[in-house]
Design a protein around this ligand. Structure first.
Ligand code: SF4
Length: 370
């Protein structure tokens, strides 16, 4: 089998891992395997080469295309093959970076070793100094995590579920606390305490809708992690059934659900909300038809807030006011108080959303019909 034929299989097997940027989809620009356009926070498209080192896996994650019980072509690329294949793309300007992940073929350490060797070759032998995201596999040793972080711009370990019992519904071969949360904590401590990894950030991913966990359980887990770590962000992968797996007849998860989880997760991570401020339905799930920030605001007794006096923590709870515009409001009002909503609009405030929740110089901005 040629390297190109192997890459076609391995890059298809890698498509379910979202852990880079806001969202991504396969590029239709170039007819070569493995090019994905990641969409950055500012909307720019960043083409990445995204592949597995191997699709051999001894684990039995019931949602996964690569799980051990499926019968399909299993193969791997050597570190040299993968490094050269990636550089073939990069040197032609087809991609701006590498996202490398792997199935766990025989043991965890040799899996990590192959990935690290690939990245080491790129950095030290071929002088590649652009973006690399490297996936840490569950159960990896602290030493291999350190070496991965010294070479990659970003690492991630997928927590997959919000609770040990939630993970047990998905897999019998991973230990939630020992193999995953402990490693997440190591990554965070290494990043936080050491000057060796100044450019390394970390992210995680959960599979949504493959087990019975509610949105409240998912967001409660994320709240705990954000409070204890510097996790950059979380990705929510909507479960899609894969043929020849135990979950092949299970219903898909709607992207409406993951989209609401992204909204609520941003309130926790970017705006420092507590889960207890969010509103859930009787099944502890977010309401799919309403914005979590507006629902949360309707349950708070701080409104209307005075634009010329409210502290940052209150300004960012106003629907239509983001962190950037809240900071600008505070900076500007020190010199000159705001007198009308057009001044807010110029700062990027979505005034139609914000006006029921604010006063400007003591004046309500909405007429209430009773
Ligand atoms: S560890 Fe689980 S999720 Fe990862 S490749 Fe193996 S079966 Fe798939």
């Amino acid at each position: 089998m040629t390297t190109l034929e192997k890459m076609k299989i391995l890059t298809d097997s890698a498509q379910y891992d979202l852990c880079d940027y806001v969202s991504h989809h396969k590029s239709s620009q170039v007819n070569l395997p493995g090019i994905y356009e990641a969409i950055g926070h500012n909307g720019c498209k960043i083409p990445l080469f995204k592949t597995l080192q191997t699709n051999k896996c001894k684990n039995d994650c019931k949602y996964c295309i690569n799980q051990s019980k499926r019968n399909f072509t299993r193969l791997e690329l050597s570190p040299e093959e993968l490094a050269k294949a990636f550089l073939g793309y990069y040197n032609r300007g087809l991609v701006n970076g590498l996202f490398l992940s792997s199935g766990i073929s025989s043991d965890v350490e040799s899996t990590m070793e192959n990935q690290i060797e690939t990245v080491h070759l790129l950095r030290k032998k071929y002088g590649y100094d652009d973006y690399i995201h490297l996936k840490i596999v569950p159960g990896a040793s602290k030493d291999s995590i350190k070496r991965a972080m010294a070479l990659a711009n970003r690492v991630s370990i997928n927590i997959e579920a919000a609770t040990p019992s939630g993970l047990a519904e998905l897999s019998s071969t991973k230990d939630y606390n020992k193999d995953i949360l402990k490693r997440l904590s190591w990554i965070n401590n290494l990043q936080h305490k050491s000057t060796t990894y100044p450019n390394s950030t970390h992210t995680t991913q959960l599979i949504i809708g493959a087990n019975n966990e509610s949105d409240r359980e998912i967001l409660s887990r994320m709240e705990k992690i954000y409070k204890k770590s510097e996790l950059k962000r979380t990705y929510f992968s909507a479960f899609t059934p894969v043929q020849e797996t135990e979950f092949s007849n299970k219903e898909s998860c709607s992207t409406d659900r993951t989209s609401k989880l992204y909204n609520a997760d941003s309130l926790l991570n970017d705006y420092h909300y507590d889960v207890k401020e969010l509103v859930f339905d009787n099944n502890d799930n977010l309401l799919l038809t309403q914005d979590p920030k507006i629902l949360a605001a309707e349950n708070m007794n701080i409104f209307p807030v005075e634009i010329n006096r409210a502290p940052l923590i209150e300004l960012i709870r106003v629907p239509g006011i983001g962190m950037k515009s809240a900071r600008e409001i505070i900076s500007i009002r020190k010199k000159i108080p705001f007198s009308n909503k057009e001044q807010l609009r110029k700062l990027g405030v979505v005034v139609d959303r914000a006006e029921p929740y604010i006063k400007i110089s003591g004046e309500y901005q909405t007429t209430f019909d009773f």
